[in-house]
Design a protein around this ligand. Sequence first.
Ligand SMILES: NC(=O)c1ccc[n+]([C@@H]2O[C@H](COP(=O)([O-])OP(=O)(O)OC[C@H]3O[C@@H](n4cnc5c(N)ncnc54)[C@H](O)[C@@H]3O)[C@@H](O)[C@H]2O)c1
Ligand SMILES: [Zn+2]
Length: 367
Amino acid sequence: MKTLTVDLKERSYPVVVGGGALAGAGTLLARLGFQSPPVVVANGTVLRLHGPRLLGALEGAFGPSPVIRIPDGERYKNHQTLAKIYDGLFRARADRRSWVLAFGGGVTGDIAGFAAATFMRGIRFVMAPTTLLAQVDSSIGGKTGINVAQGKNLVGAFHQPSAVIADTAVLATLPGRQLRSGLYEVIKCGAIRSRPLLDYIDRKLPDILNRRPGPLEHIVVAAARIKAEVVALDETEGGPRMILNYGHTIGHAFEAAGGYRRFTHGEAVAWGMIASLAYGRELGVLGAAETAHLVRLIRGAGRLPAIGRLDPDEVWRSLLRDKKFEGGKLRMVFLRALGEGAVLDGVEASSLRRFLERFLAGNGNLE
Ligand SMILES: NC(=O)c1ccc[n+]([C@@H]2O[C@H](COP(=O)([O-])OP(=O)(O)OC[C@H]3O[C@@H](n4cnc5c(N)ncnc54)[C@H](O)[C@@H]3O)[C@@H](O)[C@H]2O)c1
Ligand SMILES: [Zn+2]
């Protein structure tokens, strides 16, 4: 078990990572000063697989916890589900001293966190993330929100949790595609901040994909630490936090152009990183050998759905919807070295567009 800290002065909080962490959740949270049971928000899938473990640990410390069950899926990260959570909170007689425990993947964390940010103008909440993506990414940093008809994550709030408890043992039941999707975000963390993490993944890839406890815990700790460090530098995303968007400018455009069905978010980010690497290579930001090394690592993590069938015009329209161009120029994250991300201003829209057309025409192959 490892405890990291997200250092945000009076809003600092611990991130506890390890196999079996849920079993100690009651004791840990009591030690952090919680005295009453939380209102747990979770979907049926996660409750069925792992609910007893968490609810048992909470019961030992606080007595039984009320549970609000939400439907499973990104399409339910909306205002109807939010209203359902508010209803559940009122039904549980929650007040300003109550607290929420979000138990699940990024969808649950985002919507339960947003409910906590807004219920009675803000109550405390704790994250118990159960997907690899949520453990290394969405549970840390305080971004909460929902999707609306006009787009994803367009309504939300910054609201930091009081603690994050990431039990890596629950990843044993995660579908393989979800595991690999989270792994691409872990690779992203290594790419922008830690060559040793990239080398570790390179050495241990089969063990990670086979969910060996030691390697899983190692990569979650390493990636969560990177996210925590970057968030501490820049809580509300004015500056340095932008490097966490490595692979995301192009990746989001691929994700949207695929109708949010063809690629998971992580897969779209994987393609976004491959494209950024190839484009960075053309611009002379990173050398050929390092580029090839990281592309091989990303592609080695699993079968990515083919990119070639995306319509380049649709990709470009999605990119324009998502990103601000100033004077035909864009800010994007590139790698100056493996393990060193850097924000570059002044990427020419016309040059990027021509590159993407070539990239898609070549099915994402670099030559
Ligand atoms: N707030 C942030 O900073 C941030 C960052 C990145 C992503 N996100 C958001 O996160 C969401 C994606 O999160 P996600 O990838 O975790 O998706 P998700 O929450 O939909 O979870 C994926 C699937 O796995 C299931 N699941 C969860 N834990 C499981 C387990 N241990 N075993 C078996 N199945 C399990 C879920 O029920 C779901 O069906 C998106 O809505 C995205 O916008 C937020
Ligand atoms: Zn992401």
